[in-house]
Design a protein around this ligand. Structure first.
Ligand code: UT7
Length: 413
């Protein structure tokens, strides 16, 4: 869908630290986007059967009407992978073109390995590094900041930044103060390096850890894991809604203003703002704080609820698909949430709607996905086979003899 950016030739010429020499200024352009949400819808009326709530209260206090809930087979990884595949399609890139995959998530499938590594494997992005980023609802903005910095340094050419969540698995379904808010989904963008000005112009990241307990999912704490002591309540989101609301309305306008100042811009320059989709009232406040018309603040919270790190890239993909952005437009992103952490980014939109339809890259992309699909079981089988090789058996036998000798020596002593 976008006219492909001319990729800088991958030169072998490197500095001592391995980075490409900075002969020209590089820019990180947003060239691809995609979103994936589960098909299962949970409406406010459905929630009335689960907790003591009602559609009027939820709509008036949050603006949310419904949210998507992952089915058993859907995971943070599967949603992230589908969103990433769509973003690669829009950018017209191959998985093997990607140098870095960042998955911002508060609901990784494991503490490690990273969800990003699982996505890397499913995509067949064989030359990519991959890691998860923990900054709760601000994670996507943090990811854009990290990936664009590496692109601007000339260290990488293309990155996938993904926000993906299956919050329904960690929501306390007996707490009406939180369970009505959250939903599942994933959004992804491709950032690509180019010598042409534009793309990510500035970003700022902030944190105030003194508010760590205002919004928390303790399971991922190394101190109190529910796996250690069976305290399953540790696997539930807790939120001080009012406190987080006050914090969000304080930082939403200020952080975007600071990022705009960094890019020598003012709120009037903004064609569109995509804030973290937490609550319609917070988004209305953003328009007031920035003194911009409310229709310049994109909202889809009504349909998906709060999808944490996924909310901004999902909204971005929707806005781009609806042609809400044209080349030269300035886009503001602002995230806020657990940490407390928040951040904002200013992006000059440079993606040009291209010819729809299939391209040669489409076929090559599918073949890379197919190769990854075949490679996974083959490599895993091969690893098992290696354990049965005569060499591996001999080594295990040697190790056992060594252990027995060490044990008998220690008993003799
Ligand atoms: O993603 C990270 C960022 N997160 C956020 O930005 C969330 C920020 N916080 C919020 O959006 C809001 O604080 C909430 C939507 C979570 C709550 O709205 P609120 O206006 O702060 O409500 P509240 O918690 O002060 O509750 C007001 C009343 C209470 O009843 P009383 O004590 O006044 O009798 C609650 O018990 O509403 C009651 N209530 C509900 N009633 C019906 C709370 N939840 C519900 C509910 N349905 N689901």
């Amino acid at each position: 869908m976008t006219e492909q950016l001319t990729r800088s030739p991958r030169t072998n010429h490197r500095n001592l630290n391995g980075a490409r020499p900075r002969t020209t200024v590089r820019y990180a352009h947003l060239t691809g986007w995609g979103m994936e949400v589960p098909s299962q819808v949970l409406s406010n009326t459905d929630l009335e059967a689960i907790v003591d709530t009602n559609d009027d209260w939820i709509t008036a206090r949050t603006g949310i009407k419904e949210r998507r809930i992952a089915e058993q087979r859907e995971t943070t990884t599967s949603l992230a992978t589908r969103a990433a595949q769509k973003a690669l399609g829009v950018a017209n890139l191959l998985p093997s073109d990607i140098d870095l995959i960042i998955v911002a998530t508060a609901t990784p499938e494991h503490i490690f390995p990273s969800t990003a590594s699982l996505v890397q494997d499913l995509l067949g992005a064989r030359d990519a590094g991959a890691f998860d980023l923990s900054a709760a609802c601000s994670g996507f903005v943090y990811g854009v900041d990290m990936a664009s910095a590496k692109i601007r340094l000339g260290e990488i050419d293309a990155a996938l930044v993904i926000g993906a969540e299956t919050l329904s698995r960690v929501v306390d379904w007996s707490d009406r103060g939180t369970c009505i808010l959250f939903g599942d989904g994933a959004g992804a963008v491709v950032l690509q390096g180019s010598d042409a000005p534009g793309g990510v112009l500035s970003s700022i990241l902030r944190s105030d850890g003194s508010g760590w307990d205002m919004l928390t999912l303790p399971t991922v704490s190394s101190r109190d894991t529910y796996l250690q002591d069976g305290q399953h309540e540790m696997h539930r989101i807790y939120m001080d809604g009012k406190g987080v609301y006050r914090f969000a309305t304080r930082v939403i306008g200020d952080s975007l203003r600071t990022a705009l100042e960094k890019a020598n811009m003012t709120p009037e320059d903004l064609a569109l703002v995509i804030p973290h989709q937490a609550n319609q009232r917070i988004m209305d406040h953003a328009a007031k704080a920035l003194k911009i018309p409310a229709d310049r603040v994109y909202s889809n919270v009504e349909r998906y609820g709060n999808t944490s790190a996924a909310s901004i890239p999902i909204a971005l993909a929707e806005a781009a698909d609806k042609n809400r952005l044209k080349p030269g437009d300035v886009l503001g992103l602002v995230g806020f949430g657990g940490g407390l952490a928040w951040g904002a980014a200013v992006i000059e939109w440079t993606a040009v709607p291209g010819k729809p339809g299939y391209s040669i890259t489409w076929g090559r992309r599918q073949s890379e996905y197919a190769r990854a699909w075949v490679r996974r079981p083959v490599v895993r089988f091969w690893r098992r086979l290696m354990l049965l090789s005569p060499r591996a058996i001999f080594r295990r036998w040697q190790r056992r003899i060594h252990q027995r000798r060490a044990a008998s020596n220690s008993t003799q002593e």
